[in-house]
Write a protein that binds this ligand. Structure first.
Ligand SMILES: [Zn+2]
Length: 307
């Protein structure tokens, strides 16, 4: 039995409504259950899918299906199954990866045979084949279409554009814009009020990240809806331009915090042991344990090496 489009949207809306009462990712965790798949429409046939891993964006219109990121294999399959129900199984015209990290790309494998094209920025594609500091997956559906600065396609009555603004969370991040819907998938360029992963081994830079956020905000409008890769517990994975401004200011404040502690003569060890929430950005919570991908460590290295 296949659901009609109206049934699909109704059930998605119902699931989204339940999510308002009990945050879905918490409901499962409290009961020790796997998170369940939820499709949430945004506007003009564009929506987002949450289950486990980086938020997936999607477009389903009468002329095309587009998927942005793929979470993990089981989650990618659950997403594809739901989209097939809605599109009467027309397959996926474009699977676009925002960057190479496994919680956004490991599910690509579930789109083999369904995705006609897989798109990623050149560096992201390189990193998928050879992830810095990590093992590549034993089996993967790799990008067959790559771009340096930008890539666009007409998809039914919509136009999708992927754009690389420079190094930020990695050296291969792209924003994915559904132009007429005015929705932008940020991938991991935005962690909503949550300390981010900073992948310096894959070319991340915090100063670069700030200008990428500025550039993205400049290219869009105050009524653009942004989809975020991740959010702090209980916070939404979508928002508006103010979230970009907040995250940009937070990165700047972390750099300033680390810089002022270096100037005050504190050692690397002392600085990286600091855990208290950053003044003015308490909603991000306490800093985690120092590791090569945490923001304090990366800020310290970026300031002291100048790179
Ligand atoms: Zn990432």
């Amino acid at each position: 039995m296949s659901l009609t489009r109206r049934d699909f949207l109704a059930s998605s809306a119902a699931a989204a409504a339940v999510g308002v009462l009990v945050p879905r990712h918490l409901a499962g965790a409290w009961q020790g259950q796997a998170p369940s798949p939820v499709f949430t429409p945004i506007r003009r046939n564009v929506g987002y899918f949450t289950m486990r891993g980086g938020t997936i964006g999607y477009l389903v219109n009468p002329g095309a299906v587009v998927v942005v990121d793929s979470q993990f294999p089981a989650e990618g399959k659950a997403c594809l199954d739901g989209l097939n129900t809605q599109s009467s199984g027309r397959g996926v015209d474009f699977l676009i990866n925002t960057h190479h990290h496994g919680d956004h790309t490991a599910g690509n494998i579930s789109f083999r045979g369904a995705a006609k094209k897989v798109v990623a920025q050149t560096k992201a594609a390189e990193h998928m084949h050879n992830p810095p500091g990590a093992q590549p997956p034993t089996d993967q559906l790799y990008p067959d279409t790559t771009f340096t600065d930008s890539w666009s396609a007409d998809v039914g009555d919509e136009r999708v554009t992927a754009k690389h603004y420079g190094r930020a969370h990695t050296s291969g991040d792209a924003t994915i814009t559904f132009e007429r819907a005015n929705v932008v998938h940020m991938g991991d360029l935005l962690f909503n009020q949550r300390h981010p992963v900073v992948d310096r081994a894959a070319g991340a830079t915090l100063r670069g990240w700030m200008s990428v956020l500025d550039g993205t905000a400049r290219d869009h409008s105050s009524d653009t809806t942004y989809i975020f890769g991740h959010a702090n517990t209980g916070l939404p994975v979508t928002g508006n331009q103010s979230a970009l401004g907040n995250f940009r200011d937070y990165i700047g404040a972390v750099l300033e915090f680390v810089d002022s502690n270096i100037k005050a003569g504190r050692s690397q060890e002392e600085i990286l042991a600091m855990r208290d929430p950053l003044k003015g950005f308490e909603s991000y919570g306490r800093f985690g344990t120092a590791n090569p991908r945490d923001i304090l460590t990366c800020a310290y290295e970026e300031i002291t090496t100048g790179l």
